[in-house]
Design a protein. Structure first.
Length: 328
């Protein structure tokens, strides 16, 4: 017996892993996909190689070209930042009480307003981020995750109602998906961007091969993250996750974060989590970078010397687009 009726808009790495987890615990799952990938999902199923677990899975969700008129208990939109705004009209039209916009997002409050204004029925709009990483090649996904994945979910600036949490609990019952609830996802997503953008800059500086990065460059990366965090603090954004700024200070958390950066630059696992996304999503990375630059304009003359130095070391965005869009 199915648990709940779920729609996932987007079946890339994060959407695909989420689809697998939701199918495995008995939900009626549909995915919106298009083009050759949609045909692959219809004819061959959703094939996933789980890198850490060293196993392969196969699922057969219903594959749709568009959401349609059915009612869903829960909708996940799992798209790149540069694509999310384009699908807001579709999400507004979907008959569902809960919509979760999942992924990088520096425009969460603005998208929430647009979505609610266009929706014919009341909706709870949440924002989420999945910790899954990986690639899509040769008709299957390779994913990196612990358990069945981790989702950080919340409203832009408030606690999630208990009734909505109960829907998630029922939806994920029987899975190993862990959910971390956040009281300010707008701040969480902005601090996440503040951390990943220096990584992105170094990725493109090294030609998406962090193995060639130097110790000095990785030190500069941490200093650049510090600049970005301090900008957000200056603008009044509370640090999320709470205490995350400790990674910038001497101590155990900083040492652990430094080790993670080192492993990201030296292992295949690290490449799947970082450089592969930069290689395959230059448009999203450019949009995030430009959105963060617009955010900086709100803090007149706020110094970010390390961030600016690292950013200046990568090629111009036009060159990056030509190089990596050609390869994909």
């Amino acid at each position: 017996m199915f648990q709940l009726k779920i729609l996932i808009y987007g079946a890339g790495v994060i959407g695909g892993q989420l689809c697998h987890a939701l199918c495995a615990c008995g939900n009626d799952v549909s995915v919106v996909a298009r083009g050759a990938w949609a045909e692959t999902l219809r004819t061959e199923g959703l094939r996933i190689r789980h890198y850490i677990q060293r196993k392969d899975t196969m699922d057969h969700p219903r594959v749709l070209e568009k959401p349609g008129d059915e009612r869903y208990d829960l909708v996940f939109a799992v798209m790149q930042y540069c694509q999310m705004e384009k699908i807001l009209p579709d999400l507004a039209a979907v008959d569902s009480p809960i919509v979760v916009l999942t992924g990088n997002n520096l425009s969460a409050p603005e998208m929430e307003v647009q979505l609610l204004a266009a929706s014919p029925k009341p909706k709870t709009v949440l924002f989420g981020f999945g910790s899954t990483a990986g690639t899509r090649e040769n008709g299957k996904l390779t994913t990196v995750h612990t358990g069945d994945g981790r989702l950080t979910v919340g409203k832009t600036h408030a606690e999630v109602p208990d009734g909505v949490k109960a829907v998630f609990s029922r939806t994920l019952s029987g899975s190993r998906v862990s959910v971390a609830w956040c009281d300010n996802m707008d701040a969480w997503l902005k601090y996440h961007a503040a951390f990943i953008l220096p990584v992105v800059h170094l990725c493109y500086k090294t030609g998406c091969d962090l193995r060639t990065s130097t110790r000095a460059e990785r030190k500069l990366l941490f200093d650049a993250v510090g600049d970005a965090y301090h900008l957000l603090m200056e603008l009044g954004y509370p640090v999320r996750p709470v205490g995350d700024e400790k990674a910038l200070e001497p101590g155990f958390t900083h040492t652990a974060a430094s080790l993670i950066i080192y492993l990201m630059s030296r292992t295949r696992l690290g490449a799947l989590c970082t450089t592969e996304h930069c290689r395959h999503a230059p448009g999203e990375m450019e949009d995030l970078d430009r959105a963060f630059q617009r955010l900086r304009e709100r803090a007149t003359d706020f110094p970010m010397p390390f961030f600016d130095l690292l950013r200046a070391m990568m090629p111009p965005w036009e060159q990056i687009r030509r190089e990596y869009e050609r390869k994909v």
